[in-house]
Design a protein around this ligand. Structure first.
Ligand SMILES: [Zn+2]
Length: 157
C-alpha cells in the first residue's frame, strides 16, 4: 500500500492510497482519480505534502522514517483547545464546506457506497462519509481511490 499526496489542477491537496505505483498510474491515466473538493479528474502526485500555509515547503515529506522528537514542545494542551494554526483551520473549514456542498453524505456507509459505484450498481456521484483506515485500505486494494481529509468543526459552529 502506497500513500501519495495528491493535488488537482485547481491546487487542492488530498491523500490517496494505492496498491502500488503502477495502480496509481493506471487510475490516473484512466481518469479514475478525482479531487474530493472540486471533482476535477486532473489529479497528479504532489511534489510535496500539501502545505496549506504559504511559504516554506514541507521538508519532512520525503523522510521515510521520521525520528521521534522527545524534545518537541508540548504546548498545545496548555493553550487553545485546537492545536491548528488559524489559517490552517480556516482552510480546512472551507474544504469541509465545499465537500458538504458538493458531495452526498453517506455516513458510515461510505465503503459500501463506494464499492457499489465502483461496481456500477449505482451511478457515480461524489460522496463523503466515515470510513475506518482499514476500510480505506481495503478500498484502495480493490482499486477504488479514496481520499481522507481532516475534518474540523464548522466555521459557524
Ligand atoms: Zn480540486
Amino acid at each position: 500500500m502506497i500513500h501519495y499526496a495528491l493535488r488537482c489542477a485547481a491546487g487542492h491537496g488530498f491523500d490517496g492510497w494505492f496498491p502500488g505505483s503502477a495502480a496509481f498510474d493506471r487510475q490516473a491515466s484512466a481518469g479514475l482519480l478525482c479531487c474530493p473538493v472540486c471533482a476535477s479528474a486532473e489529479v497528479s502526485r504532489a511534489i510535496m505534502s500539501p502545505s496549506l500555509g504559504r511559504g516554506a515547503p514541507a521538508p519532512a515529506a520525503a523522510d521515510p522514517a521520521p525520528a521521534p522528537r522527545p524534545d518537541a514542545p508540548a504546548k498545545a494542551a496548555t493553550e487553545a483547545p485546537s492545536p491548528l494554526p488559524d489559517q490552517v483551520r480556516a482552510a480546512l473549514q472551507r474544504l469541509r464546506a465545499d465537500v458538504e456542498q458538493r458531495c452526498d453524505y453517506v455516513g458510515p456507509h461510505f465503503a459500501e457506497a463506494a464499492r457499489s459505484m465502483h461496481a456500477g450498481h449505482t451511478p457515480p456521484r461524489p460522496i463523503y462519509g466515515e470510513a475506518t483506515p482499514e476500510q480505506a485500505e481495503e478500498l484502495a486494494e480493490d482499486g477504488i481511490a479514496v481520499a481522507q481529509i481532516p475534518w474540523v468543526p464548522r466555521a459557524d459552529g
